[in-house]
Design a protein around this ligand. Structure first.
Ligand SMILES: Cc1cc2nc3c(=O)[nH]c(=O)nc-3n(C[C@H](O)[C@H](O)[C@H](O)COP(=O)(O)OP(=O)(O)OC[C@H]3O[C@@H](n4cnc5c(N)ncnc54)[C@H](O)[C@@H]3O)c2cc1C
Length: 511
């Protein structure tokens, strides 16, 4: 056995590799242990403005310049043409009714397009995880992280301030020692099993399941939707969602011809579709929704289907003596609104702060604070998503409630761009009591089947609405309206001139 490492990280998804790099920059000796090997399939692909801002900030603050181009579509294409990417200009939603084709109406009451960026150059991306994660592992190794793949860890003992991990690699027993261990293996992952950590439920959250894979030959939906007018962006160059009673479907297009698609549905619908039948269940799903079936007419899966029989997960404990779970190992709600990456990135940042204080009395205090925020942010996300599931059958109710997410997201983005991160220090503005109360109230009302009107929701969001959202005149098509942002300066405790300077920065592609 070699000398103890300062930090052992279990799992080399994007979260584990990124934390490994950050810890190296903090001067730690880092071990990264992976059960499988790269390149490999991973789910969780779609970014958002907040994801990219948080990643950019980590890259700048921890001297990881090679990660910067990955935070913008245009810069990525220039710097790493060999890494497959997908263009994400926004969030597109279309509402479907079983047994009927999608019906476009002049008021656009059955669709919602929310742009996330003003042009392709500075747009968000979908990460093609086989290549993206492999790249990050190689970057971590280049920084001196010791990476061991195809290793299975089945024992953990802690003595004298040091943790020993034991297991096997290619039939040989292995043992590693580390001062601190972080679990980056995802929900119900390595430490959860090794330490027997108890699971808790999200209060009021519906049981959901998922079925997903990668496809070739998926058509674009916008031409099938047949909506007149010029949308704020090409609706398929986005995270495209098909929404229906009982669940929703995601579609993310990559530039290698692959489309990631899957459904997340409540148990009732999962039982009707018999989701465990995988391919046959997928065909049963498509047969219900005529326009989605049309979109998939020429499509074939390029990987086997994955059935997740229980999608949401929440632990009770996030940290303990000598260990911590990444947010992505502590909880997962649903892919809706692409919340997994920002939650993980916020956690990596907080763990980095804690780790930089190891050996001091502040370390355990920081870890407890990390635990509190991780669970609270997961619970807030679950509350909003639960409300959305209840609202899916009535699209106008869902569209109105979704404005809670988009208001929080755009406010958080601008607060960070304007160097006022304290205004949005928690995900979904959990640090803003008025906003947090409105989120809980409206999500719970929707969950009870008594959604508030769009006007009531808009009134509560108004003090934080800096992006011209909840505006009936826009008829559910929201472009990036920079004048709205400038006029919302006071909501961000800024002058209009400061905001205009922030906008100029936002429009500048990374060089
Ligand atoms: C269906 C679905 C869709 C999602 N879509 C989105 C989205 O669009 N946007 C978004 O922001 N988030 C999304 N998420 C969440 C997102 O997947 C996670 O936030 C993200 O993958 C977390 O990254 P990670 O590196 O922590 O974990 P992962 O990407 O899960 O990586 C875990 C790694 O640990 C390894 N591992 C597992 N067990 C062990 C072990 N015992 N020992 C060692 N290694 C092990 C695995 O092989 C893997 O390499 C989605 C999640 C799901 C379930």
């Amino acid at each position: 056995m070699s000398n103890p490492f300062d930090l052992a990280i279990l799992g080399s998804g994007f979260g584990g590799s990124l934390l490994a790099m950050v810890a190296r920059r903090l001067g730690m000796r880092v071990l990264l242990l992976e059960r499988g090997s790269h390149p490999r399939f991973a789910i969780g692909e779609s970014t958002s403005p907040l994801t990219n801002l948080l990643l950019e900030k980590i890259a700048r603050d921890f001297d990881l310049p090679r990660l910067l181009p990955l935070t913008q579509y245009g810069a990525w294409k220039r710097a790493y043409p060999e890494l497959t990417v997908g263009l994400k200009r926004g969030f597109s939603f279309y509402h479907h009714v079983a047994g009927e084709p999608f019906a476009s109406d002049p008021e656009r009451n059955r669709q919602l397009l929310v742009a996330a960026s003003p042009n392709n150059a500075v747009a968000d991306t979908h990460w093609y995880r086989p290549e993206f994660d492999h790249f990050l592992v190689r970057e971590a190794q280049a920084l001196g992280v010791e990476y061991v793949d195809r290793v299975s860890i089945d024992g953990l003992t802690r003595t004298g301030g040091c943790t020993e991990l034991s297991g096997a690699r290619e039939g040989q027993a292995v043992r590693y020692q580390a001062g601190f261990v972080v679990d980056a293996t995802g929900p119900r992952g390595a430490l959860t099993r090794l330490l027997g950590l108890p699971e808790a439920e999200f209060a009021g959250y519906p049981p959901t399941q998922a079925l997903f894979t990668h496809f070739a030959g998926v058509d674009r939906f916008a031409p099938l939707a047949g909506t007149p007018g010029e949308p704020p962006y090409a609706p398929d160059d986005a995270a495209l969602h098909h929404v229906f009673g009982g669940g929703w479907m995601w579609m993310l297009r990559f530039e290698n011809g692959v489309t990631s698609a899957g459904i997340a549905v409540e148990d009732r619908l999962a039982r009707e579709l018999r989701l465990e039948d995988k391919d046959a269940a997928w065909d049963r799903f498509l047969a219900r929704y005529h326009s989605i079936l049309e979109q998939f007419q020429g499509a074939t899966p390029v990987l086997p289907f994955i059935h997740a029989p229980r999608l949401a997960y929440r632990t009770r404990t996030v940290t303990g003596e000598g260990w911590a779970l990444l947010p992505s190992a502590a909880a997962f709600v649903d892919p809706l609104f692409s919340t997994g990456f920002p939650l993980t990135l916020l956690g990596i940042r907080r763990l980095a702060t804690a780790l930089s204080l190891r050996g001091t009395a502040a370390f355990p205090i920081q870890l407890r604070e990390y635990e509190r925020r991780t669970l609270r942010e997961a619970d807030t996300t679950a509350s909003l998503v639960a409300g959305c599931y209840a609202a899916f059958p009535e699209f106008p109710a869902f569209a109105a409630l979704s404005m809670v997410y988009f208001t929080a997201a755009s406010y958080s983005e601008m607060a960070r761009r304007l160097d006022r991160p304290q205004l949005a220090s928690e995900f979904l503005l959990g640090n803003q009591p008025a906003f947090y109360a409105a989120l809980r109230r409206h999500a719970e009302a929707a969950g009870r089947g008594e959604p508030a009107s769009a006007e009531e929701i808009a009134a509560d969001l108004e003090p934080f609405n800096i992006a011209g959202l909840s505006d009936p005149a826009k008829r559910n098509w929201y472009g990036v309206d920079l004048e709205d942002v400038a006029h919302g300066a006071a909501k961000l405790s800024c002058s209009e001139a400061e905001v205009r300077r922030g906008i100029v920065k936002m429009l500048q592609p990374l060089s």
